[in-house]
Design a protein around this ligand. Structure first.
Ligand code: ARG
Length: 480
């Protein structure tokens, strides 16, 4: 290995300064040569896993305190290590820390700096642990915080939806199936559908967090250790519910990351559906909602444009979150127990998905608060397209005694007749209706108004404004 290849790796990384070897100072005892430059580049994770520095230091402090309490290291060494770790934390936070690629990852960067700061005592910190249990612990700690932040953001998004639902509990809009006008619903009811979806997302994240909260530290490389460690102490100190039960599982498991990504993929899909609806509603054809300047963008060539880029990006970002889940599944699927370096590929997709999800949820909340429904446009749309045809069929069942199937057929004939003369159902005269079904009487007109249709949907979970108001209040209690 030429010296030029290791030039950028810094003094702490190699034992080369004594002229004997290029081998890694952290693990190079049996090595004479250093890594090839490309090997070093593929091996190093410090460019991304430096993000775990606070968790890495917290876990090292907990480990050190336990080692001292168990008399595995001396109180003096323990004290020196703790102080050194605090110094490193300050250095990193002040931007004064030099991360070395030759030291591969955050764990060895911290330990090498500790040695510079406190000397040989630093070497005692790695007693009874390995980078395998270290990284699993750090990553769990990090993800736990991310889940908590995402939960808070989701709660805020639900709050925005519930506020809109309350304001528009009686605002009529067309409800769709197959994206064809189906039956009138209220805008508030539609908003509350998303509150339910996000409630399930939060439930999945809560589940994932509960299962995540077991501590791998002390599993060491894979088999545990012969030192008299107390894994409950470190688990407690780091806020875990318990130590992970099996040392092999503790270092080889990445279910916690996959569960987060799976829950995140569902969440991203929900946000994408909401975004797609916002794109549709903003479009010229629909014109149901208006986004303010805060959530609209212009075109560089067409001055008249107001584009819903925010919503389009919410829709687009779903791809990368689902890809993160797929990617990590593929990394894990063929791995024999316990640890394999493949698993270093776990971090970037999870970091990216966590950042993406948090941003998307925040943007969605802002957009939902921002959007102004155009009640008049939605009402007009609800009054075309025969949205009360089901109400007519139901009336035929209730008031004229027809079996539903027959009522459905009669209504279809009436819709056809109205459509042929470009009228709505109310535009048909009683005589025209009776020509098709003699049992129809004047009372039928009452059920053809969209307001009536909405108000009559009083079954549990239905769209009647009264129920929507109650559902919004209940949602507030359930989720906020
Ligand atoms: N940087 C590694 C990772 O992210 C840490 C664990 C390395 N362990 C090992 N035995 N090489 O997975």
């Amino acid at each position: 290995m030429s010296s030029s290849q290791s030039k950028d790796s810094g003094p702490a990384a190699h034992a080369a300064s004594d002229g004997e070897s290029d081998a890694n100072v952290m693990w190079g005892g049996r090595f004479e040569g250093g890594p090839a430059e490309s090997m070093q580049r593929i091996n190093a994770s410090i460019d991304f896993d430096r993000r775990l520095y606070a968790q890495d230091i917290a876990a090292s402090k907990a480990h050190c305190q336990m080692l001292a309490r168990q008399s595995i290291i001396s109180p003096e060494d323990g004290e020196a290590i703790l102080q050194g770790l605090d110094t490193i934390l300050r250095e990193i936070e002040a931007g004064e820390f030099t991360f070395e690629r030759a030291l591969e990852d955050i764990h060895m960067n911290v330990e090498a700096r500790l040695k510079e700061l406190i000397g040989d005592a630093a070497g005692r910190l790695h007693t009874a642990r390995s980078r395998n249990d270290q990284v699993a612990t750090d990553f769990r700690l990090w993800l736990r915080e991310e889940i908590d932040a995402l939960q808070a953001a989701l709660r805020e998004l639900q709050a925005a939806l519930i506020d809109q639902a309350e304001a528009h509990a009686a605002t009529v809009m067309p409800g769709y199936t197959h994206l064809q006008p189906a039956q009138p619903v209220t805008f508030g009811h539609h908003m509350l559908a998303y509150v339910e979806m996000l409630g399930r997302d939060r439930g999945r994240l809560t589940d994932a967090r509960r299962r995540l909260n077991e501590c791998p530290l002390g599993a060491a490389a894979l088999a545990g250790t012969s030192f008299p460690i107390d894994r409950s102490q470190t688990a407690d100190a780091l806020g875990f519910d318990r130590p992970a039960a099996n040392s092999i599982d503790a270092v080889s498991d990445r279910d916690f990351a996959l569960e987060f990504l799976a829950a995140g993929a569902l969440l991203a899909m929900h946000l994408s559906r909401l975004a797609e609806e916002i794109v549709l509603w903003c479009s010229h054809g629909f014109g149901f909602v208006v986004l303010s300047d805060a959530f609209s963008t212009g075109s560089s060539i067409m001055p008249q444009k107001r584009n819903p880029d925010g919503a389009e990006l919410l829709r687009g970002k779903c791809g990368r979150v689902v890809a993160a889940f797929n990617g990590l599944m593929l990394v894990m699927k063929g791995l024999p127990l316990a640890y394999g370096k493949d698993m270093q590929e776990d971090k970037e997709p999870v970091f990216d998905a966590a950042d993406t999800l948090l941003l998307c949820v925040q943007v969605a909340a802002g957009m939902v608060r921002d959007l102004q429904p155009d009640s008049e446009a939605m009402r007009q749309a609800a009054e075309t397209g025969y949205l009360t045809a089901t109400d007519l069929a139901d009336w035929l069942v209730r008031s004229a005694g027809l079996p539903f199937r027959e009522a459905h057929h009669v209504t279809g004939t009436l819709v056809k007749q109205a459509a042929e003369s470009d009228r709505d159902l109310q535009g048909l005269t009683l005589a025209e209706m009776q020509a098709i079904e003699p049992r129809i009487s004047e009372g039928v007109y009452e059920v053809l108004a969209v307001e009536r249709a909405i108000e009559s949907r009083t079954s549990f979970g239905g769209t009647a404004p009264e129920l929507v108001r109650k559902a919004a209040a209940t949602a507030r209690e359930r989720f906020l």
